[in-house]
Structure formats: C-alpha cells, structure tokens
Write a protein that binds this ligand. Sequence first.
Ligand SMILES: Cc1cc2nc3c(=O)[nH]c(=O)nc-3n(C[C@H](O)[C@H](O)[C@H](O)COP(=O)(O)O)c2cc1C
Length: 186
Amino acid sequence: MTSVHPVSDDAASVEDPLGPAAAESAESATFGEAQFRSVLGHFATGVTVVAALDSGRPVGLSVNSFTSISLDPPLVAFAVAKSSSTWPRIREAGAFAVNVLAEHQEQVSRVFATRGADKFRGLRWWPAPSGAPIIDGVLAWVDGVIEAEYDAGDHVLVVGRVRDLDVTDEGGPLIFYRGGYGRIER
Ligand SMILES: Cc1cc2nc3c(=O)[nH]c(=O)nc-3n(C[C@H](O)[C@H](O)[C@H](O)COP(=O)(O)O)c2cc1C
C-alpha cells in the first residue's frame, strides 16, 4: 500500500501549472476556472525539469505535463504555456533533457517554476549525450529532440523523440497533487 504525504504546507504559494489563462477557455462552459484547476489538480503527477543548452547556457522550466507516448518510435510529450520565456530558448536548442525530480528536490521545482530566476545557480549538472543539462540528484533523465509541436489553446503540445535515457537514482519521486508537493511512502 502506498500513500501520498505532503512535504510542505505552503501549497498556496505554488504556481499553478495550468497557467493564468485557463479562465478564457471557459466562455461557454458550465464550470469556472477555479473548478477546472481544482478538478484537474486531483490528478497526481511527478515533476520534471525540461532543460536545454542555449548558446552554452543551461535553461529549463518545471513541467508536470510530461508523459510517455510511444515505444516504437520512442516518443514522449509535454505541454508548455505560450507565456513561457524559457520555452523559445529550448525550442531554439532543438534538443532537451527531461529531468525526473526526486522527493528531496521540491526547491528545484520551485526555482524552475520561477520566471526570470537564475535557475541553475548553485546547482550541479552534467550534459546528456545531446549536451542538454541533467541535474545532479534526479531519479531519471530522458534525452530527446523536438519531433513536433501542436497548438493547444494557451499551451503548445510538444512531442519529442527519445535519443537516450537512464535511471540515476532509486529514491522516491517528487509528487505534485492538488497544488502542493508530496512524496510516496512505501
Ligand atoms: C509542479 C509544477 C509543474 C508545472 N508544469 C508545467 C507544465 O507542464 N507546463 C508549463 O508550461 N508550465 C508548468 N509549470 C509552470 C512553469 O514551470 C513556469 O510557468 C515557468 O517555469 C515560468 O518560467 P519561464 O518563463 O522561465 O518559462 C509548472 C510549475 C510547477 C510548480
């Protein structure tokens, strides 16, 4: 039996991964922005940092919309808000690394969700085969190239082709659930 336990109680300060524009899409809907966020927030996810090297400088953002898509060919996907200032830099790089965060990396998630922050400051990282940054201490990484981008409301849906991947730590994952962080207790 596993259960999710909160690791912090300041969930209210966590940036909503659905972004600020969710309300606009509810014009003719029978629900409001708050209900949309609340209901979808009941879907527990892991947390990743999607990162790339932009002219030799590491860049990245926190992403919980990451998922695997296809084994043959090996494809993964994630959604990025059109308002992201980091995504154009990753797109420009073409190659990216998905960093799967461990339960002790809540602060990493917070920093990589902060627009304009010096996100890699004080972090140790090493290059994936593509050169994209892999952050020290992550559970696993997936190295890929952008295969396709689809317009999806206030987000773009990014499909990536996996070039390499590995597990680097057998610890527990960082969980995002109902706007707060948690971990799995085994
Ligand atoms: C746990 C968590 C998950 C997030 N998931 C996503 C996501 O899947 N897609 C997205 O565009 N933003 C997501 N965000 C918000 C972005 O990380 C944030 O808006 C972004 O990093 C802002 O910085 P930027 O302008 O440098 O991109 C998430 C934030 C948190 C805290």
